[in-house]
Design a protein around this ligand. Structure first.
Ligand code: CU
Length: 153
């Protein structure tokens, strides 16, 4: 009888752990859209502090190819944003408009065109909860408008 109650107790703990984990995982997956109007579908993204990793999926809902209306999702600190964006302008499409080996970049996707999707998974280790990081599209001429905040909260 004692063994049975220990077993069911452990089972309850396991269910609780996996149940919480499943919810946390769900909230660690974020997505946003961008179309030919040069706008992201959101200006503020947030993930729970509990997320060890965050996955961001970018859906390009437009029709123009990536060399004309390409979009990506790049994450930096607010302070690094402009420098990374300006340096990225001359890096070219082959480098997804991000300077090669730019250590200021926390996470980034490739540049995609209309109808395409891409995603990036990055560790939240080293990010500060409550700090508003900047996400943006580094395609030349886009980052003035295509930007927003990313926060662990
Ligand atoms: Cu763009």
């Amino acid at each position: 009888m004692k063994n049975v109650s220990i077993f069911s107790g452990m089972l309850a703990v396991l269910i609780a752990l996996f149940g919480v984990r499943a919810v946390a995982d769900d909230h660690c997956n974020l997505s946003l859209g961008a179309a030919d109007n040069m706008q992201f579908s959101t200006k503020a993204m947030a993930a729970p502090v509990a997320c060890e990793n965050v996955t961001v999926t970018l859906n390009h809902t437009g029709v123009f190819p990536k060399n004309a209306m390409g979009h990506n999702w790049v994450l930096t600190t607010e302070a690094d944003f402009k420098g990374v964006a300006m340096d990225g302008g001359s890096a070219g499409l082959k480098n997804n408009y991000v300077k090669e080996g730019d250590t200021r970049v926390i996470a980034m996707t490739e540049i995609i065109g209309g109808g395409e999707s891409t995603s990036v998974t990055f560790s939240t280790e080293g990010l500060t909860a409550g700090t508003a990081y900047t996400f943006f599209c580094s395609f030349p001429g886009h980052w003035g408008i295509m930007k927003g905040t990313f926060t662990l909260s």
